[in-house]
Design a protein around this ligand. Structure first.
Ligand SMILES: NC(=O)c1ccc[n+]([C@@H]2O[C@H](COP(=O)([O-])OP(=O)(O)OC[C@H]3O[C@@H](n4cnc5c(N)ncnc54)[C@H](O)[C@@H]3O)[C@@H](O)[C@H]2O)c1
Length: 261
């Protein structure tokens, strides 16, 4: 067997359909590109239509078969509509990536309860609802694989992002619970916990002091590039290479979570 055939057999996604929620964002689009290049058909699902249109152009320019559907991850109805459209287009949904997320940085005594709820609604409730809706479909079509996105502060505190951190700790916990619940039913559920990958969402909270702290706390002394998440995603999502991996939280963080001082 040639090495190309061997790798395709292990990690390839031909014949599979992947729904990437938050797929028009920085990390979501990069993961979509990786999954598409590995052979999957891609459904970009996001709240921002213009960004979806741009994302489809980018994927098509790479030769990837893709469509977009608008979704609001906080609404079960909207997610159910997404599942139906994706299933009608792809035949079934094999892969779900939950990559929608929002964040705001605030000192603890100024945390606003409505903002707290809004962050929890997208990051944690949205992930739960999406898993619920898509697992319901996957159980009828022979199983599937889910990738949720945590963060380095799923595990460790960072400054000024209390709601975000709590939501991301919840995402990892939810991932483990779902993995356990559906392990014998052909559904695997894992998380990637990225370190620092500058994107629209976190750029606004990256002041000079924070950047210095991040660099000091990251043994590799640099930000991640979104493309550095693709290998981890392919491993966790692939039917063969990832077949015995469920409930894991894989930190892709330049060593941030292992760093002591
Ligand atoms: N960039 C980083 O350094 C980093 C680090 C750790 C974790 N993350 C997580 O990775 C994921 C992607 O982040 P990113 O950096 O690509 O940010 P991003 O802002 O570029 O992407 C987030 C996407 O989610 C979409 N979205 C927001 N609310 C939504 C909703 N209600 N319904 C559907 N879609 C919605 C946005 O439109 C956007 O396209 C997020 O969950 C984020 O918390 C990012």
């Amino acid at each position: 067997m040639s090495s190309e055939k061997y790798l395709d057999d292990l990690f390839g996604m031909k014949g599979q359909t992947a729904v990437v929620i938050g797929g028009a964002g920085a990390l979501g689009l990069c993961l979509s590109t990786g999954l598409g290049k590995a052979g999957a058909k891609i459904v970009i699902a996001d709240v921002r239509e213009e960004a979806c249109v741009e994302a489809i152009k980018k994927l098509e320019s790479e030769g990837i078969e893709a469509i977009y559907t608008l979704v609001n991850v906080t609404s079960k109805e909207s997610l159910t509509e997404l599942r139906e459209k994706a299933t009608a287009w792809g035949g079934k949904v094999d892969i779900l990536v939950n990559c929608a997320g929002i964040n705001v940085g605030t000192p603890f005594l100024e945390v606003d309860a409505d903002k707290w709820d809004a962050i929890m609604a997208v990051n944690l409730k949205g992930t739960m609802l999406s898993c619920q809706v898509f697992i319901e479909g996957m159980l009828k079509t022979g199983g599937g694989s889910i990738l949720n996105i945590g963060s380095v502060n799923s595990d460790k505190p960072l400054s000024r992002v209390f709601a975000y951190a709590a939501s991301k700790a919840g995402v990892v916990n939810l991932t483990q619970n779902i993995a356990q619940e559906f392990a014998t039913q052909g559904i695997r559920c894992n998380a990637i916990c990225p370190g620092f990958f500058p994107a629209e969402q976190n750029r606004k909270i990256l002041d000079a002091k924070r950047v210095e702290n991040i660099m000091n706390g990251t043994p590799m002394r640099r930000y991640g590039d979104p493309s550095e998440l693709i290998g981890a995603a392919l491993l966790l999502l692939s039917r063969k290479a990832g077949s015995y991996i469920t409930g894991s939280a894989l930190y892709v963080d330049g060593g941030f979570t292992c760093s002591w001082f």
